[in-house]
Design a protein around this ligand. Structure first.
Ligand SMILES: Cc1cc2nc3c(=O)[nH]c(=O)nc-3n(C[C@H](O)[C@H](O)[C@H](O)COP(=O)(O)OP(=O)(O)OC[C@H]3O[C@@H](n4cnc5c(N)ncnc54)[C@H](O)[C@@H]3O)c2cc1C
Length: 343
């Protein structure tokens, strides 16, 4: 296992549950890169029915994780989707048979930090706040001493297995899974697997919630933002920012500055129940070419996976990847890229 983000830790834990002997190489802090921070949005709502169905399976597995960790890993506040594409989200939910409701702004069923916005809105009652802080504690305990603090320099398939090169150490395994987030394309290329390598900077900013806001606030996805409860009393907001402002070439400091300005302006103009004063931030890299979707690629004994918004699929991905590591199969792609026929 190369990568101790939420995907790698989940797959390691799933392999251990199946009795496998597994090692998870992590170059930095477990869940310290794209899996950093304390919260994310869970939703069944997607624009593709197969993703809705997979999210439902993941939701059931989150319930199992919650039972085993002894604490809820999703706060069930619901998720609201609004914006120009909401009819497509509703159609996918309907096709998948997932419970949802369409309402207009001002509906008593809405608990958002703004009362006025372009409607209608879809309520996904199974959505909520993913407690990343609790998941990190649960998974790190589950993988225990199987986690190895080391940067993997190369993965190499040989006749008897797969060699993992980490500094001066070379270890041989029956199979390898590359789930290294932004590090996946470079490692995968070494074994002939092509994974998209484009990168953009992304910043999510948290603001204090003003007294009098509805409680508990629902998670909210608008046409160009995502928003949810973060640390107690704070509201996290991320947005699609002009690509020219967050390009990889432009550098992280400039991208963070520009994103912060965009988010403060947005909160000032659109979120009356939020004080537009940043109190916390989460930075990450992401691939602007990928949307919601699960992608898998195999060459021989090496499997690689990549995608965006993977936190909500963490337990499902762990199970799918563990099974594929053991039987040599490749899970089916899902979501927009799969529908286009790409992988
Ligand atoms: C601000 C923000 C908001 C988000 N919102 C949502 C949301 O609302 N809902 C949702 O479902 N998802 C959301 N996501 C996305 C989700 O968090 C990520 O898709 C998911 O955490 C990715 O996990 P991962 O394990 O694939 O990658 P990562 O967490 O990046 O893990 C990869 C790991 O591999 C390690 N690594 C890389 N190269 C090497 C190497 N050569 N050797 C050893 N280790 C290596 C890295 O150190 C890293 O820890 C959000 C992400 C961010 C940052």
């Amino acid at each position: 296992m190369i990568g101790g983000g939420v995907v790698g830790l989940s797959a390691t834990a799933a392999l251990l549950r199946r009795g496998a002997d597994v090692r998870c190489y992590e170059a930095g802090e477990p869940m310290g890169e794209r899996s950093a921070g304390d919260t994310r949005i869970f939703r069944l709502a997607h624009t593709f029915p197969d993703m809705v169905e997979l999210a439902g399976r993941s939701r059931a597995l989150f319930a199992d994780w919650s039972g085993r960790s002894g604490t809820p890993l999703i706060d069930e506040v619901g998720t609201v989707v609004s914006g120009p594409e909401v009819a497509n989200w509703a159609a996918a939910m309907a096709t998948a048979g997932a419970a949802h409701e369409m309402v207009e702004p001002g509906s008593p069923l809405l608990r958002l930090p703004a009362a006025t916005f372009a409607g209608p809105a879809l309520i996904d009652p199974a959505g909520g706040v993913i407690r990343v802080d609790r998941i990190r504690a649960f998974l790190v305990a589950a993988v225990a001493d199987r986690l190895r603090a080391a940067h993997v320099d190369a993965v190499e398939e040989i006749a008897s297995g797969v060699r993992i090169h980490a500094g001066r150490d070379v270890d041989v395994f029956d199979a390898a899974l590359i789930c290294a987030g932004a590090g996946t394309p470079a490692l995968a290329a070494g074994v002939g697997i092509e994974a998209p390598a484009a990168l953009e900077h992304h910043l999510r900013v948290s603001f204090p919630i003003r007294p009098g806001a509805p409680e508990p606030l629902q998670c909210w996805i608008t046409g160009d933002t995502y928003q949810h409860l973060a640390a107690p009393g704070t509201w996290a907001v991320g947005a699609d920012v002009d690509p020219a402002l967050v390009s990889w070439a432009g550098g992280r400091p400039a991208a963070e500055r520009a994103s912060r300005e965009v988010l403060i302006a947005y909160a000032t103009e659109h979120l009356p129940f939020v004080e537009p004063r940043p109190v916390a931030e989460v930075y990450c890299t992401h691939d602007p070419a990928l949307g919601d979707g699960l992608q898998f690629a195999r060459n021989g004994r090496v499997l690689a996976t990549y995608g965006e918004n993977l936190m909500k699929f963490a337990p499902l991905l762990g199970d799918l990847l563990a099974q594929s590591c053991l039987d040599g199969s490749t899970p089916a792609d899902a979501g927009p890229n799969a529908a286009r026929g790409a992988s």
